[in-house]
Design a protein around this ligand. Structure first.
Ligand code: PMP
Length: 409
């Protein structure tokens, strides 16, 4: 047969992408690649300072993992994760009041996979999520393919009633320690109220905790999973909280190691979902994580990380005071990686400000991306962990120039 001279005439129309693809956001991609733009200061991402990565120790752990456990780490491993790592995670989080066994633990390819699996297991098409607002944009990204509806929970609003808020939801979601994006710590009374509502309404309550160890002032509060333990003697935890941890902020995000701790029935369901996702998390990085836990590396490096980030938080707040106090308000966060700044002028639109900021050489995260409906265009999330104090000062100077350009436009 003679080929058609016009290939387009013989080619069917390309099939469309799935409908949810039209609702994606590009901001995460923008700030993960912002490092490649010469001169741009990136305060948009939740990025750790790479100078804190314990590279020599991690390289030694990696070499030992491959040399000493080649079959285990280079073959396919169990979907749930390597048994000694699951045991180490159970020991790390567990206590007499929170009895955990390996059956309570699933190793995940970092926190993002945990969010994805929770959506796969709990969320029907169009289902309702009762989520802390504003909320982590990665969680919105993970659940978007199911086109969920999202009930915004403003946890510190007077009269907040979690039982009413959870009604009809397929699960509830909160970041109680130094929320992303606001950096706020959920107080003890609200933690207790969330847990009581989860028990009373039978709602799964997702506790996402990547920042719990980045605590700069004051004492830590009990985790939701600790408050929710009502376990019969000798039985593993069986409560409603689905706790999520990660090594991304404690060591390095490139390890892509996280975990979910929950009732065994939930771990079983998530394991089935992970089977259809990536079969197993890399054995090499699991062995690195295990060595980091067994040798005490995490506790060893924590004081230096906390000291550096505390200094940078103070530097960012000082820079905000110096350059932007006439147009923004903010709270000093007691932990985490972010300052949440709100414009004093209710008409200032941070989506519209962003192009001016990029032109001035600074990239921030506008508040709209932390809302399922893209509402709240008056704020921004500013990261303080990636850049040194003098760069943070320059970043806020540029942001002030961007605000002036925006107002003049
Ligand atoms: N949850 C929250 C609240 C986060 O801020 C992040 C990272 N920015 C994650 C989960 C996921 O992080 P990772 O996949 O690196 O563990």
């Amino acid at each position: 047969m003679v080929p058609s001279s016009s290939p387009s005439a013989a080619t069917a129309t390309r099939p469309a992408f799935a409908r949810w693809m039209g609702t994606t956001n590009q901001i995460t991609r923008t700030f993960l690649s912002a490092g490649a733009i010469p001169g741009l200061i990136n305060v948009a991402g939740g990025l750790p300072d790479p100078s804190l990565f314990p590279t020599d120790r991690l390289a030694a752990f990696a070499r030992r993992a491959v040399a000493e456990h080649p079959d285990e780490v280079l073959g396919y491993g169990p979907i749930e994760g390597l048994a000694p790592l699951r045991d180490a995670i159970a020991r790390r989080l567990g206590s007499p009041a929170l009895p955990l066994t390996r059956a309570n633990v699933l190793v995940t390819t970092a926190g993002m996979q945990g969010l994805d699996l929770i959506g796969k297991v709990l969320l029907d098409e169009g289902g309702l999520i009762a989520g802390q607002s504003p909320t982590y944009l990665g969680a919105l990204d993970a659940w978007r393919p199911r086109s969920p509806s999202f009930r915004n929970l403003v946890l510190d609003e007077p009269g907040f009633d979690p039982e009413r808020a959870f009604a009809g939801a397929q699960f509830a979601y909160a970041v109680p320690n130094f929320s992303n994006p606001t950096g706020r710590l959920v107080d003890l009374a609200t933690r207790r109220a969330l847990v009581a509502a989860a028990h009373r309404t039978g709602t799964w309550l997702v506790e996402d905790d990547p920042y719990g160890t980045l605590h700069y002032d004051g004492a830590a509060l009990p985790r939701l999973i600790e408050l929710s333990a009502q376990t019969a003697p000798g039985e593993p935890y069986a409560g409603p909280v689905i706790y999520m941890g990660t090594l991304s902020k404690e060591i390095a995000p490139g390890l892509r190691i996280g975990w979910i701790v929950a009732a065994p029935e939930m771990i079983e369901a998530l394991t089935l979902a992970k089977q259809g996702s990536d079969l197993c998390t890399s054995g090499v990085t699991q062995r690195i994580a295990l060595a980091a836990m067994e040798t005490g590396l995490l506790e060893e490096i924590r004081p230096a990380i906390v000291a550096l980030y505390r200094e940078r938080r103070d530097a960012l707040c000082a820079a905000l005071s110096a350059h932007l106090s006439d147009c923004f308000t903010w709270e000093v966060p007691v932990g985490g990686m972010f300052v949440w700044a709100l414009a004093k002028d209710p008409d200032l639109d941070t989506d519209a400000l962003l192009p001016h900021a990029l032109a001035a050489g600074i990239c921030f995260s506008p508040s709209s991306v932390f809302d399922a409906r893209g509402a709240n265009r008056r704020g921004m999330r500013i990261n303080f962990t990636l850049n040194p104090p003098e760069t943070l000062d320059e970043a806020m100077r540029r942001l002030a120039a961007a605000v002036a350009a925006y107002r003049a436009s």
